[in-house]
Design a protein around this ligand. Structure first.
Ligand code: ACO
Length: 377
């Protein structure tokens, strides 16, 4: 049964899933049937993670138990911190995160993925420990000691505390938590698919997440948020935005933070992130990057609208994190802190009816070539 080759598997379903859904024509994103706009208004990141993993919103009692389980597993073993201290400080935080997550699997063997209770605790540990790893690395690479989590602080507040040792503005906590919700899940994207391929071999969940982290890092996927801020900084001022966009497109270069395989309209997450930025700037003062971004978007709409290329989730997120004083190379790790919930939800879903991924190929090489001895080549 030969099939046409679809580069990038565009339009080919790789799973049946009830975790989330995107309507790329209308710009609608739902997690377990609930629109992300509503989750941002009414939920928290941890509650949303529960929804993604278990398929329903928790009762108050279940939510409290879930939050407590996460709090109890936020700490890192000394050996993980020691391992990170051995990594080169100029290395990318995504690489440090991937190395630390792979190492976690050696401390918490979760090899028997048929053990549902073990799977629950693996999911708890991964969601709980990723922020601690990212914050620890951000400090260790500067020569500072890692700050352990504080049990009385919520998920997002605690991340800021571990990063800076200070209490963040409550508005920042709110906005940051919404950013995590918006990044928590997005159907069959490259990093989720990567994780599922690894999961299909019945590898342990730490290995699954380490694979997904590798895929997320690339600039065509999660790594774009870093590149957007670098691009906006390069442009510098709003009056230079239009000329920059024209030049990029004239030279057939991509605008980072624009375009999506599925959306034919503006990514709904970009729309929410844009309004979150406006909320942030009203309280904390404006941002030059935001002004530049608005002008880039305006010119891009004029030149790329015909191709239905609009801002994606990575366009406005970095501007928010930048205003909060977060280092640019931590943006993708923050994406990972959120997306781990989606990866794990798909992992658990796939385990219920797993089949090893082993796609076909269309062979385009030669047959029956003679082996030429080395002295005759
Ligand atoms: N800037 C300029 N033109 C673009 C852009 C862009 N960012 N994105 C797509 N286009 C154009 C392409 O040049 C192409 O034009 P053509 O038909 O004249 O050749 C057309 O739109 C289709 O683009 P493809 O790259 O073929 O679409 P694909 O679905 O493969 O790409 C992708 C999606 C990889 C996200 C692409 O839009 C891109 O490279 N964007 C920039 C990187 C980025 O922001 N990535 C983050 C995506 S969101 C996420 O992963 C979290």
């Amino acid at each position: 049964m030969p099939h046409d080759f679809m580069p990038g598997l565009a339009g080919i379903p790789a799973a049946k899933s009830a975790v989330s859904d995107v309507d790329g024509e209308r710009g609608v994103l739902e997690y377990r049937g609930i629109r992300v706009e509503e989750l941002c208004q009414r939920s928290s990141y941890l509650e949303t993670a529960y929804l993604l993993l278990f398929g329903h919103l928790p009762t108050q009692q279940a939510l409290t138990a879930w939050e407590q389980d996460i709090v109890r597993h936020r700490r890192l073993k000394y050996s993980i911190i020691d391992l990170m201290k051995c990594l080169p400080e100029q290395g990318h935080p995504m690489d440090a995160l991937q190395a630390a997550v792979a190492a976690l699997g050696m401390f918490y063997p979760g090899r028997n993925v048929k053990d549902l209770e073990n799977n629950y605790w693996s999911a708890v540990r991964l969601i709980a420990k990723l922020p601690t790893i990212v914050a620890a690395w951000a400090r260790l690479r500067r020569g500072d000691e890692a700050i352990p989590p504080r049990d009385e602080l919520g998920f997002s507040e605690n991340f800021f505390y571990m990063l800076t040792e200070t209490a963040p503005h409550p508005l920042w906590v709110d906005i940051f938590d919404d950013c995590l919700i918006l990044h928590a899940e997005h159907t069959m994207n490259a990093s989720t698919f990567t994780g599922l391929v690894t999961a299909s071999t019945l590898a342990d969940p730490y290995t699954v997440v380490a694979s997904s982290l590798g895929a997320l890092k690339g600039p065509l996927h999660g790594g774009a948020n870093e590149e957007v801020v670098e691009m906006l900084r390069r442009i510098g001022t709003a009056d230079r935005a239009a000329a920059y966009v024209e030049e990029q497109l004239r030279n057939k270069r991509k605008l980072m933070g624009f375009g999506h395989r599925v959306y034919r309209v503006k990514d709904p997450r970009a729309t929410i992130l844009q309004s979150l930025s406006e909320r942030l700037f009203k309280t904390c003062g404006s941002s030059q990057l935001f002004d530049v971004a608005l002008h880039v978007e305006r010119k891009a709409a004029e030149l790329l609208g015909e191709k239905k290329v609009y801002p994606n989730v990575d366009f406005y997120s970095g501007i928010i994190y930048d205003k909060m004083g977060i280092d640019v190379d931590l943006f993708t790790p923050i994406f990972a802190i959120a997306r781990v919930a989606g990866w794990l939800a798909h992992w658990l879903e796939q385990l219920t009816e797993n089949k090893l991924f082993r796609p076909d190929q269309i062979y385009a090489g030669e047959h029956n070539r003679p082996y030429v001895p080395i002295d005759q080549r």
